[in-house]
Design a protein around this ligand. Structure first.
Ligand SMILES: CC(C)(COP(=O)(O)OP(=O)(O)OC[C@H]1O[C@@H](n2cnc3c(N)ncnc32)[C@H](O)[C@@H]1OP(=O)(O)O)[C@@H](O)C(=O)NCCC(=O)NCCS
Length: 183
């Protein structure tokens, strides 16, 4: 299957926070935001594969900053890397002030989507072609994150998590190194 550039999977979604989206503190409900993020990520997965894709896992969700009523929520997603039938989709979220248009970064999550056939069974997906240094970095990191999520979900035995082992070995080696500069 021919590799597809990251840019073809990119999705930008814009929402405005209305009273029905709020929790008791007057901030956007976490569940509502996760719903929007899931939709944005699903569009990216389907743009990459031209297939129906389902959410298999969500990890590393952070809510860094509350989003207020009336603010505009901008969600941006892309497929970082594809494996056999699964893909890692990264979603980033900003809140935009409707008066000044200034944006603050609020949230990031990594979704795993799986492309499925009419019976709901996984089917192979095209590889991702990273075209920029940033896309290349995300592509490399995605393989390590995949090992971690498969390890934590019990789908990968620890001894087979080779990328993670290499990363830990590298970290351990640098931990004992003296600082590069003198005081
Ligand atoms: C996702 C689903 C199709 C996977 O089916 P399965 O029988 O586990 O299939 P497999 O074991 O062949 O796994 C398929 C892929 O999913 C990945 N996967 C499955 N569970 C995963 C998890 N918890 N975390 C990360 N990846 C996972 C596997 O690693 C595999 O990836 P690969 O093909 O790229 O190597 C199935 O679990 C399902 O239908 N889940 C419900 C999806 C759903 O309803 N989502 C919410 C609504 S959209």
């Amino acid at each position: 299957m021919e590799a597809r550039p990251v840019r073809l999977s990119r999705c930008v979604m814009t929402e405005i926070v209305i009273p029905n989206d709020l929790n008791g503190l007057g901030n956007l409900l976490g569940g509502r935001l996760l719903h929007w993020m899931d939709l944005c990520a699903a569009i990216s997965a389907q743009r990459h594969t031209n297939r129906v894709c389902v959410t298999a896992a969500v990890d590393f969700v952070e809510f860094r900053s509350p989003i207020k009523q009336g603010e505009i929520v901008v969600l941006e997603s892309q497929v970082n890397r594809a494996f056999r039938s699964s893909m890692e989709v990264e979603v980033n979220v900003w809140a935009e002030d409707p008066l000044t248009r200034s944006k603050r970064f609020c949230n990031r999550a990594f979704y795993t989507f799986v492309a499925v056939n009419e019976e709901g069974r996984p089917v192979p997906v095209p590889p991702v072609l990273p075209e920029t240094p940033e896309e290349q970095e995300r592509y490399e990191q995605a393989a390590r994150r995949r090992e971690l999520r498969l390890l934590l979900s019990g789908r990968l035995p620890a001894e087979k998590a080779r990328r993670l082992q290499a990363a830990l070995t590298e970290l351990a080696a640098t931990a004992s190194e003296p600082p590069k500069t003198n005081p």
